[in-house]
Design a protein around this ligand. Structure first.
Ligand code: ATP
Length: 384
């Protein structure tokens, strides 16, 4: 007999949403979020993540498809009959009630008389035990958001939905609350589905991230997997920075693809290429800025043979404490970014210097050049 509790699984099958004005905000979507996971829906403004969340909550009726929570189909259930609670960006606390009563509200509404121990436990969980008798306006934004989380969790939902819950907080508080929410989720062990446009927030908190673009999930995976192995130019540009070089498949050697770019050759592991690899085909070769080493052109002879390399000239450099960020003008890529840790800096690496950029071929990924490279960049700028 299978004894695994799957009552907090969220399963979307072919779910879509076309609004009355004919605009399709979510294209037919299949998605399974396993019980107990911290899942993030990440994407730029308008990509359909809130609409998806609202369909899970029952606040928006899908145009097609079904929603299951565990084994139960809830597609046609009203929000209050679903074992789900939502925390919004606006905390929506009751201003006239103190913190204790705000958290107790859901229990009292259900007619539960002895609420004290549950409320105390919940306030301890969100580390607000000392603040129980204060009114919401006497708390900081981060504390108010924790009250909102406690108020949702006291109803013992199977799934907690979080819609940009940290959006109103300043950066420092946001970072603290990300860790705090992660701790709370680990402690209560229920499924959290978190909507955000902040890639760093999604990567800090979630076990699994779904990157959404124009109503579709472009890629789904762990933060490290999405970062290291993006499948599309959108994902490569939305999560961190990617340098992309247009190249042509020259030949294959074992499990590596040899590409022509500019006048030189680059090596790409075949397993890291999501594009077709027929000879003569176009591939966008990607490499992250922190994977690259910069060597002054005068020392080029010291670079080991087995490295991917391109040449360029330093256009700009910014010292930002832990690292120096360089922009390199190269024949294969006009604005190549390189992040170098500030250890033993070479004082010759200044704007105007001729350099060789080189990296381990294992850190190269390949994308389908037929995709529109500009699409990803535009949306990142819009979200920033
Ligand atoms: P944000 O981060 O800005 O909230 P989002 O990714 O959560 O963005 P949604 O709120 O899901 O996006 O909206 C997706 C698209 O659907 C947007 O283009 C939006 O303008 C549109 N939309 C949302 N609600 C409606 C509505 N009631 N009628 C028509 N279009 C709508």
């Amino acid at each position: 007999m299978n004894t695994k509790d799957n009552s907090g699984d969220v399963r979307l099958s072919g779910i879509s949403k076309t609004y009355d004005n004919g605009f399709t905000a979510v294209q037919p979507l299949d998605l399974t979020v396993p019980q107990g996971s911290f899942f993030a829906l990440l994407g730029a403004s308008g990509c359909g993540k809130t609409t998806t969340l609202r369909m899970i909550a029952g606040l928006e009726e899908p145009s097609s498809g079904t929603v299951h929570l565990g084994d139960q189909e809830v597609t046609n259930l009203p929000p209050y009959k679903r074992p789900v609670n939502t925390v919004f960006q606006s905390y929506a606390l009751f201003p006239h009630l103190d913190i204790f009563e705000n958290v107790a509200f859901g229990l009292r509404r259900r007619g539960i008389k002895s609420v004290k121990q549950q409320v105390v436990d919940m306030l301890d969980l969100v580390q607000l035990g000392e603040q129980a008798r204060k009114k919401p306006h006497q708390l900081s934004g981060g504390q108010q958001q924790r009250v909102a989380v406690a108020r949702a969790l006291i109803n013992h939902p199977k799934v907690l939905l979080l819609d940009e819950p940290l959006g109103a907080l300043d950066l420092k508080l946001r970072r603290q609350m990300q860790l705090e929410l992660k701790r709370i989720q680990t402690e209560v062990g229920i499924t959290f589905i978190h909507v955000t446009h902040d890639q760093e927030e999604a990567m800090t908190m979630a076990d699994t991230v779904a990157v959404m673009n124009a109503g579709r999930v472009e890629q789904l995976g762990s933060p490290a997997d999405l970062y290291e192995n993006p499948n599309t130019t959108f994902v490569a540009n939305f999560l961190g920075t990617s340098n992309l070089i247009e190249a042509e498949v020259d030949s294959k050697s074992g499990d590596e693809i040899i590409l022509k770019a500019g006048g030189g050759k680059l090596v790409l592991p075949e397993a890291r290429c999501s594009a077709p690899t027929t000879t003569g085909g176009k591939v966008l070769v990607g490499v992250r800025p922190e994977k690259i080493t910069l060597t002054h052109a005068d020392d080029a002879g010291e670079i080991p043979e087995n490295r991917n390399r391109i040449t360029g000239k330093i256009a700009d450099s910014s010292f930002i404490g832990v690292s120096t960020q360089y922009v390199i003008d190269s024949p294969v890529c006009p604005e190549f970014e390189v992040y170098a840790q500030n250890i033993d800096r070479d004082s010759r690496l200044r704007p105007g210097a001729d350099v060789v950029l080189h990296w381990n071929p294992a850190h190269t990924f390949g994308l389908d050049a037929a995709q529109d490279i500009d699409a990803g960049v535009d949306i990142v700028e819009e979200a920033a």
